[in-house]
Design a protein around this ligand. Structure first.
Ligand code: FES
Length: 120
């Protein structure tokens, strides 16, 4: 676990090979489920909360990824609501949005940035 000056802690989530190309996996940080995506067609990585805010299903890591007006997005497998992988905004016009996390790739390891809200 490394810290940077913005109090972001980077946790080692998995290795590159653990994530299917153009797909996602669910990783856990303590009790928090995070959906991690390898958008290989764009050569980009994204991380969001795994819980879909529509019906509280832990499902986004199993969603299809794609683009909408060049915005990378994920579609929940349950009712196909789509969310921006960059901002977390619901692209289906709903009020709900999802949390996104920064991702770093260091050689073959994937690190996800978690805000450290603990006072120090
Ligand atoms: S539970 Fe995700 S769209 Fe309904």
């Amino acid at each position: 676990m490394n810290k940077d000056q913005n109090c972001t802690q980077w946790f080692s989530a998995c290795s590159v090979a653990d994530v299917p190309a153009n797909g996602g996996v669910c990783v856990k940080y303590n009790e928090t489920q995070i959906a991690l995506f390898h958008f290989q067609r764009r050569n980009e990585w994204f991380a969001t909360q795994n819980e879909c805010p529509h019906r509280k299903q832990m499902a986004l890591s199993r969603g299809m990824i794609g683009t909408q007006s060049d915005e990378p997005k994920v579609a929940c497998p349950f009712h196909k609501k789509t969310f921006s992988l960059v901002t977390g905004q619901c692209l289906a016009g709903d009020e709900c949005s999802i949390k996104t996390y920064p991702v770093r790739v260091d050689q073959d390891r994937i690190f996800i940035g978690i805000e450290n809200n603990t006072p120090h």
